[in-house]
Design a protein around this ligand. Structure first.
Ligand code: NAD
Length: 261
């Protein structure tokens, strides 16, 4: 129970990677604020299940993090309801795939707002409290696309490169305040976000989702297997540990060799 008594906010934790991270932090004893969209009854079932399983406090707040005011409010609500904010995981993210010339302006704005700007606003709101406690962990979920590009993902790649840059700046600013700031850069993780891309690809090619999954991996990853949300949860737990106290400002890959090429 390495994180007993700590409070964690995981954005976009009603699904996929964020949910894997929230479960791993709760297992280590952290109280958790869940956030994200979805069916209210299903989210309540998740909240109750994690509470029961790990005997920690689990709250939920459905803030829309594409709105800067709601990001700041989520941070202050976490502090008010759970008494602190020790671990901030900026994970909520969306994707849209199109060549630049057809890329809708509103999709660019939505992706930059959520995938990049929300990370800035959440760090801005959380850092003062972490500095005053002289302990904090900020983990920004970037992507292999924070380090290298792919065609047709202009907004996502720009936002994730921005997240890596913002991570480095924040790490420098709090280097001697007991706070570390790192980015995790996953390759392919099988979550609803990628399942949607697989369905779109199958619809476009006339193929099936299973064969599109193999093709998707082959295009980018030397290792032909998906990373699990659970593995990313374990990586976050490690970054919160004492052993990771001097890891800061790092984009940490978990990508089956994607960016080694
Ligand atoms: P997902 O679609 O399963 O989950 C996204 C989460 O964000 C959900 O909880 C959703 O409700 C929430 N969300 C969406 N819009 C929101 C908003 N406006 N405000 C608050 N919450 C919102 O996706 P995922 O694959 O788990 O992705 C999580 C993160 O990991 C994203 O930042 C994504 O870019 C990144 N990532 C994913 C992969 C992958 O292969 N799946 C790879 C690299 C990086």
């Amino acid at each position: 129970m390495a994180l007993a008594g700590k409070v964690a906010l995981v954005t976009g934790s009603t699904s996929g990677i964020g949910l894997g991270i929230a479960r791993a932090l709760a297992r280590e004893g952290a109280d958790v604020m869940l956030n994200g969209f979805g069916d209210a009854a299903q989210i309540e079932r998740l909240r109750a299940e994690i509470t029961m399983e790990h005997s920690v406090r689990v709250h939920y707040n459905g803030a829309d993090l594409s709105d800067p005011l709601q990001v700041a409010a989520l941070v202050s609500t976490t502090q008010r309801e759970l008494g602190a904010l020790d671990v901030l995981v900026n994970n909520a993210g969306i994707q849209f795939v199109s060549p630049i010339e057809d890329f809708p302006d509103e999709k660019w704005q939505a992706i930059i707002a959520l995938n990049l700007s929300a990370t800035f606003y959440a760090m801005k709101a959380a850092i003062p409290m972490m500095k005053s406690k002289r302990w904090g962990r900020i983990i920004n979920v970037a992507s292999a696309h924070g380090l290298v590009a792919s065609a047709n993902k202009i907004a996502y790649v720009a936002a994730k490169h921005g997240v890596v840059g913002a991570t480095k700046v924040a790490a420098l600013e709090v280097a001697n305040d007991g706070v570390t700031v790192n980015a995790i850069c996953p390759g392919w993780v099988l979550t609803p976000l990628v399942e949607q891309q697989l369905k779109d690809r199958a619809a476009a090619s006339g193929g099936d989702v299973a064969s599109e999954a193999v093709k998707l991996l082959e295009e980018k990853q030397p290792m032909l297997s998906f990373t699990s949300p659970e593995a990313i949860g374990e990586m976050v737990v490690f970054l919160c540990s004492d052993a990771a106290a001097t890891i800061t400002g790092s984009p940490l890959s978990i990508d089956g060799g994607w960016v080694a090429q």
